[in-house]
Design a protein around this ligand. Structure first.
Ligand SMILES: [Ca+2]
Ligand SMILES: [Ca+2]
Length: 286
């Protein structure tokens, strides 16, 4: 495996390889066949009988190859979350997406076997500078893009921090987690009682998380930040501890309800009002 260092000179809009001498064929397919090596290129390069690079012909396997991606000089972002995605430049699909934390000015990602022969790739990456948990266009977050050079072997890229951001970076990081808020009004009958709520995953009925609030002035609000996962379905079971014994008792000893979370592609706020139609099975979630 040959490691060359690519430095992104984004200010200049150019990619300049460093640390690669002429003998390193990792960046370019130097034989006479067209474009990338393939499995059909199974024996020797037409150019001279032997591979020009140092991997003794293993490139004939045709990949897929590994991509590692690291950054240095990011001390400004120590403690920030960084997310990176490997994008197939041909059809725009995301072939890998990973997150890490910037530590001691550095980060590193390793994606084994993502570099398929005959495809072109880039790495989009952003730092969650505003600590929102999701990607917002620069400069709220800091984001960049890096072209993976032509490859016939594993590739290791290293980038340094730049103040020239890639405005479109967030297109590669659609949100996958959303906030849920349950907001109740008209519960004055239960003022001073605890309101207990459970977020339930409908696929298997499992409780994702439980929260408790105290009803005051007829109202309560419970929030689950980032706990709704895209593509899943949920409901919220909730009860007021009407008999005040600290546990859930089937209605009407306690008053309990359930509400479905509607299909979502953004944060969800569920508004509920008091009802005397109870959910008899509410205690199964507590
Ligand atoms: Ca953010
Ligand atoms: Ca109770």
């Amino acid at each position: 495996m040959i490691r060359c260092t690519m430095t992104a000179l984004l200010l200049a809009g150019a990619l300049v390889p460093t640390g690669c001498d002429e003998g390193d064929a990792v960046l370019l397919d130097d034989d006479a066949d067209t474009s990338a090596d393939t499995a059909a290129d199974s024996t020797t390069d037409e150019g001279g009988g032997a591979d020009a690079d140092a991997d003794a012909g293993s490139e004939a396997a045709g990949g897929p190859w590994d991509l590692s991606f690291s950054g240095v000089g990011f001390s400004f972002h120590n403690g920030n979350r960084i997310e990176a995605a490997v994008i197939d430049a041909g059809d725009g699909t995301t072939v890998a997406r990973s997150a890490a934390t910037v530590t001691a000015g550095a980060f590193e990602f390793a994606w084994p076997g993502v570099l398929a022969a005959g495809h072109d790739f880039r790495v989009d990456y952003y730092i969650d500078y505003n600590r929102s948990g999701s990607c917002e266009p620069p400069p709220a977050d800091h984001g960049w893009t890096m072209v993976v050079p032509a490859f016939v072997d594993d590739v290791s890229l290293t980038v340094t921090h730049s103040a020239t951001f890639y405005a479109g970076v967030c297109a590669s990081f659609p949100r996958t987690a959303f906030d849920l808020t349950l907001s109740g009004i008209g519960f004055g009958f239960h003022d001073g009682q605890t309101m207990n709520a459970a977020l339930v995953d409908l696929a298997d009925g499992s409780v994702v998380d439980r929260l408790v609030a105290t009803v005051a002035a007829g109202a309560f609000e419970l929030a689950w930040p980032g706990e709704l996962q895209a593509g899943r379905d949920y409901r919220v079971d909730y009860y007021a501890d009407y008999n005040g014994n600290g546990t859930c008792d089937a209605p009407p000893a306690d008053h309990g309800w359930t509400v479905d979370v509607p299909p979502f592609s953004d944060d969800v706020t569920l508004g509920v009002t008091h009802s005397t139609t109870f959910f008899s099975g509410v205690c199964a979630s507590f």
